[in-house]
Design a binder for this molecule. Structure first.
Ligand code: COA
Length: 325
C-alpha cells in the first residue's frame, strides 16, 4: 500500500457574523449561557445567494493552490455534507464543474459531523491502493438552512463554513491509521425528521417544523465524550502510538465541554487541543476541516508532528485518524 498524506489545505467562512448578543434578540437566551455551556461566542452565516457548493468551491481552490496542483490533476472529489445544494446532483459534481476538474470521480458522503474524517478515510483507501493519484476532500455545510431559529436548544450551536484538503501519495509519514464506527440504534438522538422520503416536504412538515434539526443534547453529550475518547485510543493503538506522542488534536467542535471532558479522559493537556468553536460554532463536517486548515496556517502543525483528528455525530457515526505531518 502507498503512503498517503494531506498536501494542501484551504477554507472559506462566509463574511456575515452572528454573535451571541444577536441571538439574545431572537430567542430566550444569553451570551453568558451560550458561552459557559458551549464555548461559542459567534458563528458565520452564509449569504442568501450562497449555497454549500459556493463555500466548497472557495475552500477547494485555496487547497489546490496550497498543494501546487491543478484541478485537472484531481481524480477523486469527495464532499462531506448534510446540507447539499439540493438532493441531487451531488455537491461534488457541482464542485467538479466549477473547478473544471474533468478527470475526477465525484460523490458526496453523508456522515454528519464525522463526515470529513469519513471522507478522508475513504479517499485514503483509493490513493493507498493506487486507484487514484490525487484526491480533493471537502467538508462544507450551510447548517443555518436546517436550523430552527425559534428553538433555543439548537439554534445557538450551529454555523456555516467549508474546509478542504488535497491528498496525494507521499514518500514518508502521512496517514498512519484510521478508525470509523457507526451505531444506527441511536439515530433518533439527532435528526431532521421531515423533508426526506419518510415525511416528504408538505404544509404539515413545515407547520410542525419537522424540516429542522431535532436533538437530544444531554444524551449526545455523554456519548460524544466517551466515544471520541474511545476512538482516539483505538486509532492511536493502531498506529503503535500513545496519547503522549500526540502533538495536536483536532477534535470535532460541538461543545467546548465535550472536548475538554474527552481530553481529560485521555490525559491530554489543553495546549495540545486545537479549538475554533468560539469563532464558528458547530459546522458539522466543516468543523474538523477548517480547524485542520487553520492549525496548519497558524503554524500549530509542523513537519514531523503527530496530528489526531477525532469526530462524532448524528447516525451515530464517529471516526478518528492519525497523521504524521
Ligand atoms: N439559552 C438558555 N437556556 C437554554 C438554552 C439556551 N440557548 N438551551 C437550553 N437551555 C436551558 C434548557 O431549557 C434547560 O432549562 P431547564 O433546566 O429549565 O429545563 C437548561 O438550559 C439546561 O439544559 P440542558 O439541555 O441540560 O443543557 P446542557 O448543559 O446539556 O447543554 C447542549 C445543552 C445542547 C449545549 C449540550 O447538551 C450539548 O452540547 N450537547 C451535545 C451536542 C452535540 O454533541 N451535538 C451532536 C454532535 S455534533
Amino acid at each position: 500500500m502507498r503512503k498517503v498524506s494531506i498536501v494542501g489545505v484551504g477554507k472559506y467562512l462566509p463574511k456575515k457574523i452572528l454573535t451571541n448578543c444577536d441571538l439574545e434578540k431572537m430567542v430566550d437566551t444569553s451570551d453568558e449561557w451560550i458561552t459557559t455551556r458551549t464555548g461559542i461566542k459567534q458563528r458565520r452565516m452564509a449569504a442568501k445567494n450562497e449555497a454549500t457548493s459556493d463555500l466548497a468551491i472557495k475552500a477547494a481552490k485555496e487547497a489546490l493552490e496550497d498543494a501546487h496542483l491543478k484541478a485537472q490533476d484531481i481524480e477523486l472529489i469527495l464532499v462531506a455534507t448534510i446540507t447539499p445544494d439540493m438532493a441531487f446532483p451531488s455537491v461534488a459534481c457541482l464542485l467538479q464543474n466549477a473547478l473544471l476538474a474533468k478527470n475526477a470521480v465525484c460523490l458526496d458522503i453523508s456522515a454528519a459531523c464525522a463526515g470529513f474524517v469519513y471522507a478522508l478515510t475513504i479517499a485514503q483507501q483509493f490513493l493507498a491502493s493506487g486507484t487514484y493519484k490525487n484526491a480533493l476532500v471537502v467538508g462544507a455545510e450551510i447548517l443555518s438552512s436546517i436550523t430552527d431559529w425559534k428553538d433555543r436548544n439548537t439554534c445557538v450551536l450551529f454555523g456555516d463554513g467549508a474546509g478542504a484538503v488535497v491528498m496525494s501519495e507521499v514518500k514518508s509519514g502521512g496517514i498512519l491509521s484510521t478508525y470509523l464506527g457507526s451505531d444506527g440504534s441511536k439515530a433518533d438522538l439527532l435528526m431532521i425528521p421531515g423533508g426526506g422520503s419518510r415525511h416528504p416536504c408538505s404544509r404539515e412538515t413545515i407547520d410542525k417544523r419537522l424540516n429542522y434539526i431535532k436533538m437530544q443534547g444531554n444524551e449526545l453529550f455523554k456519548l460524544a465524550v466517551t466515544t471520541m475518547a474511545h476512538a482516539a485510543q483505538v486509532v492511536l493503538k493502531k498506529a503503535g502510538l500513545e496519547c503522549k506522542d500526540v502533538d495536536l488534536v483536532i477534535p470535532h467542535q460541538a461543545n467546548i465541554r465535550i472536548i475538554m471532558a474527552m481530553s481529560k479522559k485521555l490525559g491530554l493537556p489543553a495546549e495540545k487541543i486545537y479549538l475554533n468553536i468560539e469563532k464558528y460554532g458547530n459546522m458539522s463536517s466543516a468543523s474538523t476541516a477548517t480547524a485542520l486548515c487553520e492549525a496548519v496556517k497558524e503554524g500549530r502543525i509542523r513537519k514531523g508532528d503527530i496530528v489526531l483528528l477525532d469526530a462524532f455525530g448524528a447516525g451515530l457515526v464517529w471516526g478518528a485518524c492519525v497523521i504524521k505531518w
